[in-house]
Design a protein around this ligand. Structure first.
Ligand code: NAP
Length: 293
């Protein structure tokens, strides 16, 4: 069994990005600049946004954090987005989700200029991804593709079972794994909460990508020998071995399945670190006008 080390792969990406930033500085060019919009005081959202801003500093990017009141009107939020779209200093920006209930998330995402949509959530980017055109790929799926590449996982002709169909992970992942290029060319089955007898699919899978938010869901009776398991889940579970009384667990029962896997991502330290690394990579692409010329 081989552990796919997302922390190591993400550090390699950061080292490449730092070199790129140094080169830009030496050439007297502008460094990439990411802005993040945070609405309200959701503690998880604050943590995610702070981690993104901190990573910008670490790789040498410019960053702008725009904190807005929980009660901001949709119209005022759209004005902020309009300003970011038209600010030449900002190469790319994200609006941290979820947004307060009175704001229409789709309307906000659609207001982001696709060439600055480094989260890759805009319908234009998702459509371009689907059509095999240059596009910003959502960060978590892109991170998973980079992990598969780094671990040299064979994908052509394999059966990949994706569990979970969210717009940010499962659905784009299923499209990417079926693409006519590496790491793709899989036969893909997309499972979700209404799938009957899910183990009939997981038992046939060469690669399983799990993104459901259910701790310890995947057990050894559900998989075949030699499977590759990519565990996206991040679940807080109670623990008697940590000071806080909590620990993070994936959607797979790691200890139960590990001996049957050829490769597996740990939680934490697997897919998680790749998400911000991919966002940083997208921001570089945005600053270099690589996707939208
Ligand atoms: P989500 O929007 O809550 O979607 C969950 C998906 O799982 C849905 O499609 C749901 O089916 C399906 N599902 C739920 N229970 C199931 C079951 N028992 N059997 C089969 N399918 C089931 O989730 P998400 O945003 O994609 O996140 C999933 C997990 O990944 C969470 O733990 C989240 O914290 C984690 N995550 C991690 C990262 C990272 O950077 N590592 C990034 C994003 C998310 P229906 O569509 O039928 O409801």
């Amino acid at each position: 069994m081989k552990l796919i080390d997302g922390k190591k792969v993400s550090e390699e990406i950061y080292n490449d990005l730092k070199i790129k930033v140094e080169q830009l500085k030496q050439q007297g060019q502008k460094v990439p600049h990411l802005a993040a919009v945070l609405v309200g005081n959701n503690p998880a959202s604050q943590t995610y946004v702070n981690a993104k801003v901190k990573t910008c500093h670490e790789v040498g990017y410019g960053s702008t954090l725009i904190k807005l009141d929980e009660n901001i009107t949709e119209e005022d939020l759209l004005k902020e987005i309009y300003d970011l779209n038209n600010n030449p200093e900002i190469d790319g920006f994200i609006v941290q989700l979820p947004l307060p209930k009175h704001i229409n998330e789709n309307k906000v995402i659609e207001a982001i200029r696709p060439s600055k949509d480094v989260d890759g959530f805009h319908p234009v980017n998702l459509g371009r991804m689907m059509l095999n055109q240059p596009a910003f790929i959502p960060a978590t799926p892109m991170g998973i593709m980079k992990l598969l590449e780094a671990a040299k996982i064979e994908t052509q002709g394999k059966h990949c079972v994706v569990i979970g169909r969210s717009h940010i992970v499962g659905s784009p992942m299923s499209i990417l794994m079926a693409k006519n290029s590496y790491p793709g060319n899989c036969t893909v089955t997309l499972c979700h909460s209404k799938t009957k007898n899910i183990e009939e699919f997981t038992k046939q899978a060469d690669i399983i990508i799990l993104a459901i938010g259910k701790p310890y869901f995947l057990k050894k009776e559900m998989i075949k020998e030699g499977v590759v398991v990519i565990d996206v889940g991040i679940n807080r579970v109670t623990s008697t071995t940590t000071k806080s009384g909590f620990k993070l667990a994936g959607d797979a029962d790691f200890d139960d399945i590990v001996s049957k896997c050829s490769h597996i991502t740990p939680v934490p330290g697997g897919v998680g670190p790749m998400t911000i690394a991919s966002l940083m990579y997208n921001t570089l692409l945005a600053s270099q006008k690589n996707i939208y010329k």
